[in-house]
Design a protein around this ligand. Structure first.
Ligand code: NFS
Length: 643
């Protein structure tokens, strides 16, 4: 038997991992182990599969070939691979944004769609930002105009992506000077594919530059459109209490897990699960109700807007099915393991795919269409309800683990959170940083990866940061890992935060680790950074701020896009495991050093979360010093971790 604590720090996960071992069921961790040793060329980034003269690979020891058949070198090969990862990540986020814009258009034009526009305040703000004429227009007319304008940003050929203009003036100028200001979302992604085609760009610096541009088109474009238009459609989140972990599944109710990313579907499922007829049918079948739980970023979306509990993050998806209590798992797009298909066969769980972009062989597909959203959502919920009858009570094993949390902090909400309802402003936050109660702000985000015990990187890093008075903002699976560990409770401030941060948190009753949403909501962190600069006293650009980013357990191409737009926005960022650049020394040096001269920030790679936290703390202290800020109010100078 493998020690489950080597696979996850979470007790519920450990219980299900043990169950899988007893039942001889393979999970992601087992497949990861079976994959060892992984291909060294791929890990180092020096395998090229771009044309059919290859595959080519560079000998990292300098004895074999140093060029591909076409003559390309290691730096260009690795750079092309890196920016193609960015392209895929930016495409995923941005296509999500496009889909939200399409739903907004549907909601505005088709009153029968089942969607309504809940965030009218935000609608007006965005309409004004887009320069639209709202005089005498109805909500639906304005929403239609906003949706069309947002959609046009994807195919825009010239000009600048609108929301990028939210960045501080100095940053905008820098992007223009560097030639990395994004023109249109799709254009930058397509240009990567062209630029990295065989025989086009062989200059690793120039290749990476286009990667930065496409990443910015994601962060300040596609992802930001997704976030803001979701707020318009479903309402802006405000802090809300809920629960997380596998214990949120109910023994006596129909359990439907919604997994994936786009709230267009999951918000409708929330609606459908309240349908009196479906509730009645559930009762007839002996269930006490219909219980919804979220998984991955869908979990974050539903958590922060509806308070729907989360069953877990990326590596919990198989574990949810392992409980034997999930009657339906409904998936849309992204981070859905194909392994779910086989696993669900071994239990009674009905796995349903819903997106035309994401099907699985042998899995029932119930396609979701915006124009009949509610109707389809009811059909989907009905499948889960009917399947309750097939549940085998003997095989149900729900870990008795749940944790309380508060989710749903936004860049806008910081105004009222610290400034109060009467004088909403960033001033109190800026002052807390200036006076040295809060050392700085770190965004700890991203995935989970079987390479690292699940949650270890996220939780240990967050704890070390708050202990040292760093306010931590979390999104995606990182947010869910910290939630399971209890870091999203206000009490965590007293228990774990340094004196200065704790004082601020206790005064307003907020947790020291703030849940700001799903991965597209990393755009909220960008806006918060811009607001910190605009409020004054912390420099002229985002790169002046004592802020940092981290992705301790990253795995997806989206995480690469996020990392690069965060760095291109001027935020120093630490990745847990290294990007695939170690076989390309000059590219490696570019991303971990030279980028600093170019965009005012760079990457570091550090697998030990405590060491990484101290790299962040040192970075913040350097920024504080440059800004001549007050010394930290309580904390002793931090001993720098080194080996
Ligand atoms: Ni983000 Fe969300 Fe999680 Fe990673 Fe996947 S769910 S969009 S990519 S694994 S954080």
């Amino acid at each position: 038997m493998i020690d489950a604590s080597e696979r996850s720090v979470d007790k519920a996960a450990q219980e299900m991992i043990n169950r899988a071992q007893e039942d001889d069921i393979g999970l992601a961790w087992d497949r990861y182990e079976a994959m060892q040793p992984q291909c060294g060329f791929g890990q180092l980034g020096i395998c090229c599969r771009i044309c059919h003269m290859g595959p080519c690979r560079i000998d990292p020891f300098g004895e074999g070939p140093q060029q591909g058949v076409c003559g390309v070198d290691a730096n260009a090969i690795a750079a092309r691979n890196v920016v193609r990862m960015i392209a895929a990540g930016a495409a995923a986020h941005s296509d999500h944004g496009r889909d939200v814009a399409t739903v907004l258009l549907e909601a505005a034009r088709n009153p029968d769609s089942g969607y309504e526009i809940r965030g009218t305040d935000k609608l007006m703000v965005i309409a004004e930002e887009y320069g639209l004429d709202t005089e005498g227009k109805s909500v639906n007319e304005i929403a239609e105009a906003v949706a069309l304008k947002a959609l046009s940003e994807f195919g825009q050929q010239e000009g600048e992506v609108q929301f990028a203009l939210r960045a501080p003036e100095a940053r905008i100028e820098l992007w223009r000077e560097q030639g990395i200001m994004p023109r249109g979302v799709d254009r930058e992604i397509v240009q990567i594919m062209h630029q990295t085609h065989m025989g086009v760009d062989a200059d690793y610096k120039n290749i990476l530059k286009q990667g930065l541009r496409a990443a910015l088109a994601d962060g300040w474009g596609g992802s930001m459109i997704a976030t803001d238009l979701q707020d318009i459609l479903f309402g802006s989140p405000e802090p809300i209490r809920s629960k997380t972990n596998l214990g949120v599944l109910e023994q006596d109710q129909v359990n439907i897990v919604v997994h994936g990313h786009e709230p267009a579907l999951s918000e409708m499922i929330v609606e459908a699960a309240r349908d009196p007829e479906l509730l009645k049918r559930a009762e007839e079948l002996g269930a006490a109700g219909i219980n919804l739980a979220g998984q991955c970023c869908t979990a974050n979306e539903l958590l922060m807007r509806e308070g729907v509990p989360s069953a877990g993050s990326f590596l919990h998806q198989e574990l949810a099915i392992m409980t034997g209590a999930v009657d339906a798992m409904v998936v849309d797009v992204q981070c859905i393991m194909p392994g779910l298909a086989d696993l669900s066969e071994r239990f009674h769980t009905k796995l349903l795919t819903t997106s035309p972009k994401a099907k699985m062989p042998g899995v029932e597909h119930m396609e979701f269409h915006e124009d009949r959203a509610l109707e389809i959502a009811k059909e989907i919920v009905s499948v889960g309800v009917e399947n309750f009858a097939n549940r085998d009570g003997q095989r149900v094993q729900i870990p008795d683990e749940t944790m309380d949390l508060i989710a749903g902090f936004t860049a806008e909400y910081v105004n009222t959170l610290l400034g109060g309802r009467f004088r909403p402003s960033y001033r109190p936050l800026n002052n807390a940083i200036i006076e040295g109660r809060i050392r700085g702000v770190a965004g700890v985000v991203g995935c989970e990866n079987p390479e690292i015990p699940q949650g270890y990187g996220h939780v240990e890093m967050a704890k070390e940061l708050i202990k040292n008075d760093v306010l931590v903002l979390v999104t995606g699976c990182s947010a869910l890992a910290d939630a399971r560990a209890g870091l999203l409770r206000p009490e965590a401030a007293l228990e774990l935060a340094g004196e200065g941060l704790s004082e601020v948190c206790v005064a307003i009753g907020m947790p020291p680790v703030l849940h700001v949403g799903s991965c597209v909501d990393n755009s909220r962190i960008l806006v918060a950074c811009a607001n910190l600069v605009a409020e004054g006293g912390l420099g002229e650009d985002i790169s002046d701020l004592p802020v940092a980013g981290a992705a301790p357990e990253w795995m997806s191409e989206k995480a690469m896009s996020i990392g690069y737009y965060v760095v291109a926005s001027g935020v120093y960022t630490v990745f847990g495991t290294p990007q695939n650049v170690l076989g390309a020394p000059e590219l490696h040096n570019l991303v971990t050093d030279e980028l600093e001269q170019m965009v005012g920030a760079r990457f570091d790679f550090e697998a030990d979360p405590i060491k990484a936290a101290h790299m962040i703390i040192e970075h913040m202290d350097r920024k504080r010093k440059a800004l001549r800020l007050e010394p930290m109010m309580y904390a002793q100078p931090v001993a720098v971790a080194s080996d």
